[in-house]
Design a protein around this ligand. Structure first.
Ligand SMILES: C[S@@+](CC[C@H](N)C(=O)[O-])C[C@H]1O[C@@H](n2cnc3c(N)ncnc32)[C@H](O)[C@@H]1O
Length: 189
């Protein structure tokens, strides 16, 4: 087992499903899928799903419903005009800034017209932000409003946008807080 993340379906998926008239077919991509809850949920709803992560549970190699690939998103071949839905939940913060924007551009190109992108990532309100700046290394945090501004600049329709600070509690940090940006956007052209 690689890590403890990805065991719960992201609330943005359920929210999208409950509030929008989406057609659950076509191809979906779950970037940084970890233990695959989002991938499996999407497959159950009817999508053909690829879940990618640097570290995956060994038993995912021959999963019946989802094609899980062990790869870094930075090495993944994004097919243009291909996906109906892409989710990147709590993964982009692990990339350096230039990689993050390269991946966002690949995601934009890889979505079909009408396709949905769901993104959650850390903002500069995250507790770890100041330390990360001091270390000048790990971590890429969105300024407040930055991700939505990128989406609007690319011509996406914003379906849902939210920025908040939430408490969390897991190893190795114990209790801590995250600054989180959450976005559901749609490619209309
Ligand atoms: C915090 S977990 C999020 C898991 C899941 N998406 C969720 O929201 O519960 C981040 C995941 O991203 C993966 N990850 C980090 N850097 C990655 C990269 N460059 N390419 C692919 N996966 C990566 C980690 O292995 C980890 O499983």
């Amino acid at each position: 087992m690689g890590n403890e993340f990805g065991k719960k379906v992201n609330y943005l998926l359920q929210q999208l499903y409950d509030t929008q008239d989406i057609t659950c077919d076509g191809d979906a991509l779950d970037i940084g899928c970890a233990n695959g809850a989002n991938s499996i949920w999407l497959a159950e709803k009817g999508f053909n799903v690829v879940g990618i992560d640097k570290i995956l549970p060994a038993e995912f190699a021959d999963h019946n419903d989802v094609k899980f690939l062990t790869t870094s998103v930075t090495d993944f071949n994004f097919q243009p005009d291909f996906y109906s839905l892409i989710i990147a939940a709590n993964i982009l913060q692990f990339l350096i800034r230039s990689e993050k924007y390269k991946i966002l551009a690949s995601i934009e190109k890889s979505l079909k017209v009408g396709g949905i992108f769901i993104c959650e990532s850390f903002t500069v309100e995250d507790e770890s932000y100041k330390e990360s700046v001091k270390r000048d290394s790990y971590g890429s945090y969105f300024e407040l409003g930055e991700l939505e501004a990128w989406a609007i600049k690319c011509g996406f329709e914003v379906i849902f946008s939210n920025e908040k600070v939430v408490k969390d509690n897991h190893a190795p940090m114990g209790e801590h807080s995250h600054g989180i940006v959450s976005l559901i956007i749609k490619k209309n052209s």
